[in-house]
Design a protein around this ligand. Structure first.
Ligand code: MN
Ligand code: MN
Length: 467
């Protein structure tokens, strides 16, 4: 048989869309780079279980990379690296470009909050000689996934005198962990007949935190007293201090390689630190760009971006306006000429649940970084639908820099939906499209991503900044 390709084979090559496994696309050297990049990411994850920690870790890395605190009264020369820390929960990093700022800036925006269980303002109680913390879940979770797994506690408590204590307990081998109990199958006949949404209710997400009475002496609330006494000795707090606290229970897992081939990463909080870290590394590695480049690590995306540390706040707009003011430019003009990659994850096709995906328009693990033209639900409701022009610009940029990419929607039409920060950026009259890493088991306590996809996200943000 002839080796020569038929006319239809040639025409298919020329006309049809191609789909390639990222590992094939980037070859041996690329895979090694992806593995090494992922090591840094896994370290970042283990140090960054909450939005505050993610900001703190990023800030340390930025300072080590030469970033200094932004001062709107300084006129920064090209190549300057500045940061703005918004209340310890969101962070802006910028590298000043050579071009006139009037031409706009380049923004990558990712969120560093993740679904979790927040302690209620009055969390501590004793029931049947067991001590508990009451919680109010944060973001979209399947409640049953949060029972019977080890939990760690992170956050801050502000005492009445205004002093603040940071808490992180349950991550190290020698530290205690916490847990939400579940019903044994032997007695769960009724629970098992209920829906998965109702099998575990919000008010049963109570964290077990102790069981011994104070002084080993019986008495009313003796177990609660013992716990409060331990907390007082360790952190110098009293019960009322919980009112001015942000304490978050998160899975006590470390990030780990997944699979015999170690091709994937399992961890808590990939959504959206798996985009935050590549966007962070891209701004750290961005030297003397043409356009001023900005990475935003924001808070509160999982609860709708409201609040002054979320992107529905004006903190990003204020920052860009201050940058503009530095060279006498108009902030509105700068924003209107700006472009943004809204860096967020998308749902990877899961062969265990094929029925909710539309395979022709779904992203795949190892398919490369995913461009999501629009999110939303019920007929594109609540989304910023990126323009054909901006989509064209981004795909041609990624191709020119050999970044492996794919495109995907979040599931089938009318199957559900979701949103990102893109619409809040669009509100500033900035051109924006979602671009991020495909995730399996999104919003579960342990989520899965592919190492090559993570690396492609970094390469995409870097290409965007260096254009
Ligand atoms: Mn997200
Ligand atoms: Mn999410």
């Amino acid at each position: 048989m002839s080796e020569e390709k038929t006319r239809s084979e040639l025409l298919k090559e020329q006309l049809f869309m191609k789909k390639e496994h990222t590992s094939v696309c980037i070859g041996e050297e690329g895979n090694a780079q992806a593995d090494s990049f992922s090591e840094g990411y896994m370290n970042y994850l283990d140090c960054s279980k909450t939005e505050r920690e993610a900001v703190e870790t990023a800030l340390e890395m930025a300072k080590a990379g030469g970033f200094t605190e932004f001062d709107k009264n300084v006129r920064y020369p090209a190549g300057s690296k500045v940061y703005l820390n918004n209340r310890g929960k969101s962070l802006i990093l910028a590298v000043i470009g050579h071009k006139d700022i009037k031409d706009g800036v380049r923004i990558s925006a990712a969120h560093v909050d993740a679904p979790r269980l927040d302690l209620k303002p009055n969390p501590l109680y004793e029931e049947s000689e067991l001590a508990y913390f009451k919680t109010h879940y944060y973001g979209g979770i399947k409640k049953y996934q949060w029972t019977a797994i080890p939990l760690a506690l992170h956050g801050v408590v502000v005492r009445k005198d205004g002093s603040k204590v940071s808490i992180s307990i349950g991550e190290n081998e020698d530290e205690p962990k916490f847990v939400i109990t579940d019903l044994l199958p032997h007695l769960a006949a009724n629970q098992m007949r209920s829906t998965m949404a109702e099998g575990i209710k919000g008010e049963t997400l109570n964290i077990l935190i102790g069981s011994r009475p104070f002084d080993n002496t019986a008495g009313a609330d003796a177990v609660k007293l013992n716990i409060m006494n331990i907390l007082n000795e360790k952190y110098g707090i009293i019960e009322e201090d919980f009112l001015s606290a942000e304490l978050e229970a998160v899975p006590a897992f470390k990030a780990s390689d997944i699979g015999f081939d170690r091709s994937m990463i399992g961890a808590y909080g990939h959504d959206d630190r798996v985009c935050a870290y590549p966007a962070l590394m891209a701004i750290l590695d961005c030297d003397e760009p043409d356009y001023t480049c900005i990475t935003v690590l924001t808070d509160k995306e999982e609860t709708g971006s409201e609040g002054n540390t979320g992107l529905d706040s004006k903190y990003l707009e204020y920052f860009v306006c201050d940058l503009a003011g530095m060279s006498g430019a108009d902030g509105r003009e700068v924003l209107s000429n700006s472009k943004c990659l809204s860096a967020d994850v998308n749902a990877a096709f899961d062969p265990n649940f094929p029925e909710v995906y539309e395979k022709k328009n779904t992203c795949f693990i190892n398919g490369g970084v995913c461009i999501t033209k629009y999110t939303g639900s019920r007929g594109k409701g609540g989304t910023s639908d990126a323009s054909a022009e901006f989509m064209g610009e981004i795909r041609s940029l990624l191709d020119s820099e050999n970044v492996c990419w794919q495109t995907g929607e979040l599931g089938k039409v009318d199957e559900g939906g979701g949103g990102t920060v893109a619409k809040y950026i669009a509100h500033l009259n900035v051109d924006v499209v979602d671009l991020g890493v495909p995730v399996l088991s999104m919003h579960a306590p342990f989520e899965i991503v592919s190492k090559t996809d993570v690396y492609m996200a970094y390469r995409a943000f870097l290409a965007f900044f260096n254009k």
